[in-house]
Design a protein around this ligand. Sequence first.
Ligand SMILES: C[S@@+](CC[C@H](N)C(=O)[O-])C[C@H]1O[C@@H](n2cnc3c(N)ncnc32)[C@H](O)[C@@H]1O
Length: 240
Amino acid sequence: MPWYFAVAERDHEIQDPTRSEKIRDLGRLLRLGPDSRVLDVACGKAGPALVLAAEFGCSILGVERAPEFVAAGRERIAAAHLAGRIEIVEGDARAYPLEPESWDAALCLGASFVYDDLDGTLAALAPAVRSGGFVAVGEPYWREWPLPTEVEDEGWVTLPETVARFEAAGLALVGLIAASEDDWDRYESYHWRALEEWLAANPDDPDAPGIRERHEQGRDHYLRFQRRLLGWAIFVGRKS
Ligand SMILES: C[S@@+](CC[C@H](N)C(=O)[O-])C[C@H]1O[C@@H](n2cnc3c(N)ncnc32)[C@H](O)[C@@H]1O
């Protein structure tokens, strides 16, 4: 059986509710240029890395665990003639050694679970960037608190509390690039289309019922409450 996310995210250029234009905004906030060295934790298919390297000429090292995404990312890097700028290391990013003060910027977009949660991510990445460097984390947040009783708390916090976590990690918030409703709808829609197409093409696959159940539950949660209650943003912190 293909891994659920390899099917669900096969059409995503960027595997998060954002878009290229906003990733370029991120690069400007990070003051990226040809001399910048960027670490991209859980880089997926290198969507953000391709945008940043093409626009700013920076060097990016991505660490990604899923072999499907590593292969797709490497193909995209070669097609964009950016192999001299972007490298992907395949493996568990949590185990990747982080030399202190060695990066101009460290990104973790949509993958704070790599270091358990946001606090763990900031604790891991803040020491790895130089003084005056940046840590950027793409993270969901609840738009309302407390949550309605029928909504399960999935461990995220509110926007002010997310910002407080950056400050507690010694990072001054210098940027917020939030997902719009359109960004969310596109991100979710690409999942639904890819999953419906896969299910139509593989009706007899023994895993089809499980994939359909997960897909329909995800779509139902999105439509019933996540679309209204769940925000997502790239938070940019500067290390003093
Ligand atoms: C939501 S996607 C985001 C990908 C990319 N940052 C982007 O914005 O396009 C999360 C990624 O985390 C990767 N991932 C999950 N656990 C990982 C780990 N321990 N080490 C490296 N990558 C991991 C997944 O394979 C997936 O590519």
